[in-house]
Design a protein around this ligand. Sequence first.
Ligand SMILES: Cc1cc2nc3c(=O)[nH]c(=O)nc-3n(C[C@H](O)[C@H](O)[C@H](O)COP(=O)(O)O)c2cc1C
Length: 242
Amino acid sequence: MKSAAEIFNNIVNERRSIRIYDDKAPFDGEAVARSLDRALLAPNSSNLQLWEFYRVKTKAKKDELAKYCLGQNAAKTANELIVFVTRKDKWKEHAEFVLNESKKDFPATLGKRHKLVVDYYTKVIPTLYFSDPVDITGGLKKIVSAFGGAFQPVPRQVTATDMRIVVHKSVALAAQTFMLSMQAEGYDTCPMEGFDSARVKKFLNLPRGAEICMIVSVGKAKPEGVYGKRVRIPREEVIFEV
Ligand SMILES: Cc1cc2nc3c(=O)[nH]c(=O)nc-3n(C[C@H](O)[C@H](O)[C@H](O)COP(=O)(O)O)c2cc1C
C-alpha cells in the first residue's frame, strides 16, 4: 500500500496545466463539488474566508466566459470553468461571523487567549481592513507603521493595495487546494489569469469590491493538451537554507 506521502507526491507530479480537454471523456460534476468543499478548508488570512467560487457549467455560459478568457484553448474545451473571486469588501460581516462562531467555544469567563481573539476581530481586523475611497487611511497607517517599525517589528503591509494582495494570496491557496483535489479525483485543470477582468465581473454580476483572482478550467486531458515537458528552475537556485 502506498503511503500518504507517495500518493501526494503522485498528485503533485501528475498535475500539469492542460490546454486541450477531451470532451468525449466521462465527467463527474460531483468531483468539482467535493473539490470546492475541500477548497473551503484552505488556510486563509485571519480565517476571514474572503472568497467566492463560481461554477460555470452550461455550454452557452462557458462559451461566453471562454471569450472573456481571451479565447484561450484552456478555457474553450473545458467541462467547467470555476471562477475564484476575492471579496475583500466582506471583511466586516465575515469577521463578525468568525468571532461569533469562535465565541461558542469560549468558556463563561474569558481567558487571556479568548480576550486576544475578541480584540483581534474587533480592533486589529478593522484597523487593517478599513479604508476610504482614496486610501488616506492607508497612507496614515503606513506612516505609523514606519515610525513604530524603527523600534520594533511591526506589520508593514497596511494599505488598501496591501490588503488586496493579502486576500488574493488566500484565494490562490483555495484555487490550488481545488486543483490538487481535482487531480486526486482523476481530472485535470488549468489555472488562468489571462482574462478580461471587467467583462468577467460583469458576466458574474459582481459588485465593485469583488475581484477575479483566477479562473480554473477542469476536464479530462487529451494527450496533446500538455504543451511540452515540465520546466523548472534548478532547486539550488531557489531553495536556500538560512
Ligand atoms: C496565477 C497563474 C496564472 C496562469 N495563467 C495562465 C493562463 O492564462 N493561460 C494558461 O494557459 N496557463 C496559465 N497558467 C499556467 C502556467 O503557465 C503553468 O502553471 C506553468 O507554465 C507551469 O506548468 P505546469 O502547471 O504544467 O507545471 C497560469 C498559472 C498560474 C499559477
